[in-house]
Write a protein that binds this ligand. Structure first.
Ligand code: GDP
Ligand code: MG
Length: 310
């Protein structure tokens, strides 16, 4: 397939097209993914998550700036749970990331939910595969740490930054959403706020209580708007990516691969079942079930039986 070759060359329009096909669950997407999969798995994937407004996009922009100076090829995927039509957030992100948008080595893509549950995390993980095959050294994945789906996506990362800000109680929210446990580094952004020191003390205390002493993640204070201390954060990221903690990540990755595999099988089985059932047929069963002439279990069994015989 020509598009596969183009992706492997790092052609941004081929990557963009592939991601659109992935979002649309187009049949071609699978062929493309098969073609590029052997070439994926080599990038460093950095997940950046946290409550809306904590400064994730601003931070991503600064981090990209530093990686670019280091001549790294960077891809960004902004995962947004809101629809692309109502999403002011996405537009905001696009504008904010404009600094890099004309740059051919920085690929930026926003992704939003399309329909079914789990669809966002699957499509996003496949988009990551596209960027990896496209030769990106670094893939930054920005997600809003609110829903399960976004948490699943960020778990695909090699390194997870959880972004908090002083004085907003995000940390409590983050604990509830289950994102504290997955943090490798805490970024206390908006460190220009007067409550920063206090927030840092509170966060430390909370982590010391809640976590295994050996594994308490570092807290890095940043001011994303000015870029202050972002270079230090990047050094943290680099040392993390290079150290032996990576080995522990293999187990995490394999769990995610298992989840993706099951999800893919699920999707296939779904397609197989529904490709031969027309809506009209389903509706007729609904009527029959409503009239208690049959029941959902018998109907479901008959579908499975047909599938097995096919
Ligand atoms: N004072 C201050 N404002 C910041 C800082 N980082 C980001 N902001 C502002 O916070 C707002 C939300 O930032 P954004 O990057 O869109 O947050 P996101 O929703 O987490 O992606 C914007 O108005 C930023 O300019 C910071 O370090 N200090
Ligand atoms: Mg953002």
């Amino acid at each position: 397939m020509e598009i596969v070759q183009e992706i492997l060359k790092g052609n941004p329009s081929a990557m963009a097209r592939a991601i659109s096909l992935i979002e649309d669950r187009d049949d071609q997407a699978q062929e493309i993914l098969k073609g590029i999969f052997p070439y994926s798995g080599k990038s460093v994937i950095i997940g950046i998550t946290g409550a809306p407004g904590t400064g994730k996009s601003t931070l991503v922009d600064q981090v990209v700036h530093i990686f670019k100076q280091k001549k790294k090829k960077v891809g960004i995927i902004a995962v947004d749970p809101t629809s692309p039509f109502s999403g002011g957030a996405i537009l905001g992100d696009r504008i904010r990331m404009m600094r890099h948008s004309s740059d051919k080595d920085v690929f930026i893509r926003s992704m939003a939910t399309r329909g079914h549950l789990g669809g966002l995390s699957k499509a996003s993980s496949e988009a990551i595969t596209v960027l990896e095959a496209g030769g990106k050294d670094i893939v930054l994945v920005e997600t809003v740490g609110v829903g399960q789906d976004e948490v699943e996506v960020v778990k695909l990362a090699d390194l997870i930054l959880v972004v908090l800000t002083p004085g907003t109680g995000d940390d409590i929210q983050a604990f509830k959403a289950g994102i504290m446990e997955i943090a490798d580094v805490f970024v206390l952004n908006k460190a220009d706020a007067p409550e920063t020191e206090k927030a840092e003390r509170q966060l430390k205390a909370m982590l010391d209580l809640g976590m295994d002493q050996v594994d308490v993640p570092p807290i890095v204070k940043t001011i994303a708007t000015t870029g202050e201390n972002v270079d230090f954060l990047v050094r943290r990221i680099e040392s993390f990516a290079g150290n032996q903690k990576q080995k522990l990540k293999a187990a995490r990755k394999k769990r995610l691969i298992l989840w993706m595999l099951k999800d893919t099988i699920h999707e296939k089985v779904d397609q197989l079942i529904y490709q031969n059932i027309k809506d009209a047929e389903l509706k007729s069963y609904v009527d029959q079930i409503y009239n208690r002439e049959t029941d959902p279990y018998t109907i479901a069994e008959s579908f499975i039986k047909k599938l097995k015989e096919a």
